[in-house]
Design a binder for this molecule. Sequence first.
Ligand code: SF4
Length: 99
Amino acid sequence: MKIGSRRLECLQSNIYVTNRCDRQCAHCYYPHDDMTMSLDVARDIGRWIVKTCKDYDVKLYKAHFLGGEPFNAIDRVRWLVDYLYTFLPTTTHGLEDGN
Ligand code: SF4
């Protein structure tokens, strides 16, 4: 990773799409309110990720979708994944399966 040369080998982000969760785990510290990411925020995040990958010539980008239970906001997850698949391959070295 060389910030000075504006190149990053890998960029990862944790994207919290909703607080909603139907479970009640005893150890949970997360608020169980009904806050879910708006589509406007999802668009802003998608644009920021694509811009950052382009600006820093990111070779590998990894997204982690979290909550709450992210499947309670699967439409937001799908929207972001579709957006990133549409724009990242043309602005970076492409998507790869990561570990
Ligand atoms: S957010 Fe995670 S830890 Fe909290 S209740 Fe839901 S599944 Fe359990």
